[in-house]
Design a protein around this ligand. Structure first.
Ligand code: 3PY
Length: 253
């Protein structure tokens, strides 16, 4: 099947991905042509992507043999439904604070009787490598990934309970929000202790431990620490970094 990220994780391999913030299928395909990436995050929380872009972006990512994961702005039911119906291989929800939040997200992501996802997957089968709605519906609950972000004070406090929730597949750290909510220095002792606690809770519950990284250096460090899934950078970050480097060379005296 075409569930690239789930298959990668099932084999125990590290899952590398990147973060798309521009609603550009061409940009997605250009970056994915690098090879070696098993997922792309389509950011509809802080990025410029909206649900009007989901379908074309999901198609572009799947065509490049990676899993499209959509980060919705908030964990409300209709947003999860629209993301999954467009062909996402999973949703990422920001700011998961409690096990009840996590249970709600799982419920919205699964068809009855497990959950409350409405039925209308006209546009999703092909992104699983399938041709019929029936085949998609039969595999959706097991195939799609539920990815919750831990990035708040209650999120860290409740992470062991959250990680144990049935149906949660990936515990994904948002390190920037985490440092803001904890009121601590990014990369400092308090920040790193919270990250280590979340990593440990995910592993103890047998869940995928993941973290947002904005550079290869950061990604390498987190992989070595034991994380299973990391972003390498974002589209906007790569463009800004690349341009400033060239600008500095051009204007050096
Ligand atoms: C964070 O670092 O807070 C994120 O959620 C990544 O965008």
């Amino acid at each position: 099947n075409a569930l690239y990220l789930r298959n990668k994780l099932a084999k125990g391999e590290k899952a590398l991905g990147f973060w798309l913030t521009f609603p550009s299928t061409g940009l997605a395909r250009t970056i994915l042509a690098t090879g070696g990436l098993s997922w792309t995050l389509l950011d509809a929380e802080h990025g410029q992507i909206t649900d009007k872009d989901y379908f074309d972006l999901c198609n572009a990512v799947v065509a490049s043999k990676a899993s499209p994961i959509i980060r919705i702005p908030f964990d409300v039911e209709w947003m999860i439904k629209r993301a999954l119906d467009a062909g996402a291989h999973g949703v990422m929800t920001p700011l998961c604070h409690t096990a009840d939040d996590a249970r709600r997200i799982v419920k919205y992501s699964k068809y009855p009787p497990t959950g409350t996802r409405g039925f209308g997957p006209m546009f999703s089968p092909h992104s699983f490598g399938l041709t019929t709605e029936g085949a998609y519906a039969a595999g959706a609950d097991k195939g799609l990934l539920v990815i919750v972000q831990i990035e708040s004070v209650p999120g860290v406090e409740n992470v062991e309970e959250i990680a144990k929730v049935d149906g949660v597949d990936v515990i994904f750290i948002g390190p920037f929000d985490l440092s803001k909510f904890l009121g601590c220095e990014f990369g400092g002792e308090v920040h790193e202790a919270a990250i280590a606690k979340i990593l440990k809770a995910a592993k103890a519950a047998g869940k995928t431990a993941a973290i947002f990284c904005t550079s290869g250096e950061m990604a390498r460090k987190r992989l070595d620490q034991g994380f299973d899934m990391v972003s390498i950078t974002t589209d906007i970050g790569a463009v800004q970094n690349g341009f400033s480097k060239e600008f500095a060379i051009t204007t050096a005296t």
